[in-house]
Design a protein around this ligand. Structure first.
Ligand SMILES: NC(=O)c1ccc[n+]([C@@H]2O[C@H](COP(=O)([O-])OP(=O)(O)OC[C@H]3O[C@@H](n4cnc5c(N)ncnc54)[C@H](OP(=O)(O)O)[C@@H]3O)[C@@H](O)[C@H]2O)c1
Length: 299
């Protein structure tokens, strides 16, 4: 009998690309663990198994793990505990996990949980003698569900004014979602030879200000930056939070926009053949996907 792979997070844009690709491989059975509420009409055409479960409660995870050879856990590192427990119970010895370069942030709200869970995961996988790869993407973008960059596109479709904390020189290196999917598939193929943790990012870093300018230009606008002093604005936000604790912005989030989020992917290039798109190329594809850019790059 061929190999059986369990995928979590099949309904996020990256997960969809991974599942579509795996489902076309001969001799491979793909099973997806999904919430009851998950919507994935495209899954029907792929012929993959769908099992209902919930990684928050752990419901259905053991049943989904039965008979599995390899786990591809895309749903998020915050759900890794039930996955590891079920892997141990079923004796699964091959796995690809997705974490985030947020583990390296000097701001605790961005890094603490990821660091803790990554440490637990490493201990657990070593004790199980598992073949594993953990990939850590930077910010993922490139589609209407990316929850990050598409908000900037929507903003510049209507406005030119943009608040900029500080001077906007901090480097960022976001990654196009199909490149994340390619890295997951390459990790899956490399299990047994590649092992450990790989940062993945766009082809080269860009200053945050330039990134915002590129998005505005794709929307046909010249951005007008409203420069806000970081310390003062972060302090004001924290003062507001004392009165309204549910205010949707934290001072730390403002400081975080001044932190470099550039990460090289040399190890992934060497071991996984990782060759990502440049950030401007990814942005053009996102603009096309959002129906903003006409006659530009197409997927
Ligand atoms: N977005 C980023 O910028 C970014 C950056 C670095 C790393 N990452 C990592 O990359 C991966 C993909 O990120 P994403 O932002 O594209 O994902 P996402 O949109 O947050 O999607 C999460 C996936 O997990 C599933 N899921 C959520 N709660 C679940 C639960 N309780 N039980 C079972 N499944 C559940 C969702 O399915 P349903 O909602 O359909 O149930 C969805 O398929 C994640 O591991 C994320 O941590 C993301």
């Amino acid at each position: 009998m061929g190999e059986i792979v369990l995928v979590t997070g099949a309904t996020c844009p990256t997960g969809e690309v991974v599942v579509q690709a795996l489902s076309q491989r001969l001799g491979l059975t793909v099973r997806c663990l999904m919430r009851q509420s998950s919507r994935a009409p495209w899954l029907l055409a792929t012929g993959v198994e769908r099992l209902t479960g919930n990684l928050d409660t752990g419901d259905g995870v053991d049943a989904a793990m039965a008979g599995i050879d390899t786990v591809v856990h895309i749903a998020g590192i915050r759900f890794v505990r039930p996955v590891l427990r079920a892997m141990q119970a079923s004796g699964v010895q091959r796995a690809v996990f997705v974490n985030t370069t947020g583990v390296f942030s000097r701001f605790k709200s961005a890094s603490e949980v990821y660091r803790l869970l990554e440490g637990e995961m490493q201990d657990s996988l070593s004790s199980m003698d598992t073949d594993y790869v953990v990939i850590r993407p930077t910010m993922i973008f490139g589609n209407d569900r990316d929850r990050n960059v598409c908000k900037f596109f929507h903003h510049f479709q209507r406005h030119s004014l943009f608040p900029m904390f500080g001077d906007g020189t901090a480097l960022i290196q976001p990654i196009y979602y199909r490149d994340v999917a390619a890295a997951i598939l390459a990790s899956y193929d490399a299990l047994g030879t590649a092992k450990g943790f790989y940062n993945i990012s766009g082809a080269a870093p860009v200053p945050y200000r330039q990134f915002i300018e590129e998005i505005a230009q794709l929307c046909g606008r010249r951005p007008v930056f409203l420069h806000l002093p970081v310390r003062l604005t972060a302090g004001a936000v924290e003062a507001v939070r004392k009165v309204y604790p549910r205010f949707p912005l934290k001072g730390e989030q403002i400081w975080r926009t001044t932190e470099s989020r550039a990460f090289d992917h040399d190890a992934a290039a060497r071991d996984l053949g990782f060759r990502p798109l440049s950030v401007p190329d990814g942005l053009r594809l996102e603009a096309a996907a959002l129906g903003i850019l006409h006659g530009g790059a197409q997927e």
